[in-house]
Design a protein around this ligand. Structure first.
Ligand code: A3P
Length: 320
């Protein structure tokens, strides 16, 4: 069974290493450290700590925030297509030639290990993160930037996570039930899952102009409505003419699971993530369905996770 343990306070060079002071627990493909109530992969925790003091936020930054496996790839594609719609023809669009994960960089997952890359981007920057809101670099949280958050039914997010880990770390396969138990305890990358969602939800209620809180399931059932909402929130609303011309529908089509997952560019080849890990481009596209959890877990497991989440969110007003 996975255990939490305190690490030693110095690294192999004998210098003070903040990561080594954090509780560590094994169970997923690599041990996670507990940093300010969230379980993180050590290298992301290190980057997040570094970003606190070094990240230079801009007031017009747009941050796409998600819990992993909740629709990051999709929201990256949508936000990119919406904000760049006057620059590109839909028939010859960058999203037909580049993976959505590559058109919007992650803050804490530096591209090719290069932390300075985002500084070179022109404003307004589109950035992505899985960081919990409470771990945002101070200035980013208060600088007036816009944040779009996407959450998802935890059961589907968990199933998606399990498949993702399986594909990413073939040599370290995790038993489904063991993974379910860890996730249900709140022990998963960027977990507890529900705390992550709750923080953003609370802030979206307090500051609706700052955070747009979306649910994967709602976006799936009414994509055009959500694309229009997203454009308005991002400060680039569709004109009446654009709506008459069906531009929101074009955006939805271009960014749909069926379209993106059918492209060769998204199905073949690798990308380098987290500095040195090779990730197959296809791992970001699996089924893209709501409710796929029923094909992987029993009704009893589903009810158990629902009850845990309900209990954790009791009294907050937030329902996942
Ligand atoms: P499933 O594993 O349930 O199919 P993330 O991008 O945050 O890693 O999330 C991945 C999940 O989003 C996967 O879910 C993936 O199939 C789904 N997904 C990827 N692109 C999508 C799109 N364009 N529309 C809807 N879902 C998408």
């Amino acid at each position: 069974m996975a255990q939490a343990m305190e690490g030693s306070a110095t690294n192999s060079h004998g210098t003070d290493d903040p990561l080594s002071k954090l509780p560590t627990r094994e169970g997923w493909s690599e041990p996670l450290v507990l940093y300010k109530n969230y379980w993180l992969r050590p290298r992301f925790a290190a980057t997040i700590m570094r970003l606190q003091n070094t990240f230079e936020a801009r007031h017009d930054d747009i941050v796409l925030a998600t819990n992993p496996k909740c629709g990051t790839t999709w929201i990256k594609a949508l936000a990119f297509a919406i904000t760049n719609r006057s620059r590109y023809e839909f028939g010859n669009h960058p999203l037909l030639f580049r993976h959505p994960q590559e058109v919007v960089p992650f803050l804490e997952i530096p591209r090719d290990g290069d932390m300075t890359y985002v500084e070179t981007l022109p404003s307004p920057r589109l950035l992505a993160t899985h960081m919990p809101l409470s771990l945002f670099p101070n200035f980013l949280a208060t600088c007036g930037c816009r944040i779009v958050y996407v959450c998802r039914d935890p059961k589907d997010a968990f199933v998606s996570r399990w498949h993702f880990e399986k594909k990413l770390h073939r040599e370290h396969s995790i038993d489904f039930e063991a993974a379910f138990n860890m996730f249900s305890e709140g022990f998963s990358p960027y977990g507890p899952f529900w705390e992550h969602c709750l923080e953003y939800w609370r802030e979206s209620i307090a500051c609706p102009n700052k955070i747009l809180f979306l649910k994967y399931e709602d976006m799936m059932s009414e994509p055009v409505k959500h694309v229009i909402r997203l454009a308005t929130f991002l400060g680039v609303p569709f004109s009446i003419k654009e709506e008459e011309d069906g531009i929101p529908e074009e955006v939805v089509r271009l960014c749909s699971f069926d379209k993106l997952s059918s492209l060769d560019i998204n199905q073949t080849g690798d990308m380098v993530r987290r500095g040195n890990i090779i990730v197959e481009k296809s791992v970001f596209f699996r089924k893209g369905k709501v409710g796929d959890w029923v094909n992987h877990m029993s009704q009893e497991m589903g009810r158990k996770l629902d009850c845990i989440v309900e209990e954790k969110l009791k009294g907050t007003g937030f329902v996942l």
